[in-house]
Design a protein around this ligand. Sequence first.
Ligand code: ARG
Length: 456
Amino acid sequence: MAKLWEGRFSKALDAAADSFNSSISFDSRMWKEDITGSIAHAKMLKACKIIPSEDAESIISGLKGIYSDLENGKLEIDPKSEDIHSFVEAELGNRIGTTAKFLHTARSRNDQVALDFRLYAKAQMKAVEGLLHGLIVSIVQKAKENTDTIMPGYTHLQRAQPVSYAQYLLAYANMFKRDLKRVQMAFDAADSCPLGAAALAGTTFPIDRQMTAKDLGFANICSNSMDAVSDRDFVADAMYALSMIQMHLSRMSEEIILHCSWEFSFITLDDSFSTGSSIMPQKKNPDIAELVRGKTGRVYGDLIGFLTVLKGLPLAYNKDMQEDKESFFDCLDTVKSSLAVFAPMIASITVNKDNMHHAASVGFINATDCADYLTGKGIPFREAYKITGQIVHWAIENGKTLETMTMDEYHTFSESFDKGIYDAVNLENCLCRRNSEGGTSPQSVKRQLEEFEFSY
Ligand code: ARG
């Protein structure tokens, strides 16, 4: 395959070096962006009278032909090309002859690749936004059905206080809502047009950068030519946003795995999101959640690997930067596929309300309410806390719960107890009374749900 730089060299590139140098196997996925960018560039060259109008027209219609032929499968990308930019340029030459050579006026592959990548990243951040929306909708729907479903809330993975399953789910919905914001910020970071930076220093031609930026839908232009061709912050921003999404998915996966274990049995995953064992007939495994958790490692690896590539790079473009794409694509594909499978998996969950309620009723998770009750009777909280601790200690040893202890038994710990204690430790009441803003009461959760309808 002829090289773009051929004139300067007297020898062809070594075969191993050629394949090592090539990026066509992975950057070909940016063909649409590459052609769209070139069309905008050619239009600008024409408008600024940098190349003859008929040549620009011929370039533009040639590029449009390549676009539609690739789209409908009439043309295949040549895997022997060095990269997608050289493939498109060579194909244009095959179609319109030497006129194709005008296209690269006032442009370099350095600003071209930065442009393609920004266009691609922007489109992908929109796609991720859509997937996040789908997931939030699926979580919020499940929450709506479970505002009265009591489960133990945990700290240190020890039963702590009663919460509703809706309250629990909305904690995750909030994480994904923040992720939406991070994805939008990553979109904004990519939303400046580098085209016209040329190799690194700008160009001697009277180009109109604002025109190409506007034509390609960018909010503004990169304001410094050297920064334009060496800036990959937008990629790191996108990968960080993606890593945060995957981290949240992984935390939720961990709990799905726990919750559908025999020990918890809080939820049942639908058969369509579970797998069996080749040897143990009783098994129903949460492989999808486990894989999402496992893939978090490679997503973080992509981010860290990429940051490490950037860390010692002098200005401006260096070939090291070609390494940006594989890590980004892998990170993106992994997170997108995780999101795509997660939303329907959440929707498929059956909530085992009785098991959740049972777990909530045997772990003394209403002990704080007992202490609060005594405090309401005028006993200082620290004292009330101590008395309640003694009660729990006694109840564990005597096989009782706060609900089943008799009034006489209560009185051995404090004369302040009256029948009101039974209302105070009733689980449903415990839930309803946590009506502070953002608390777990059904009323508060309904307020949270209403806010959710408007806020994302
Ligand atoms: N394939 C290259 C990349 O992905 C394109 C830019 C090449 N520029 C250069 N000066 N060699 O980064």
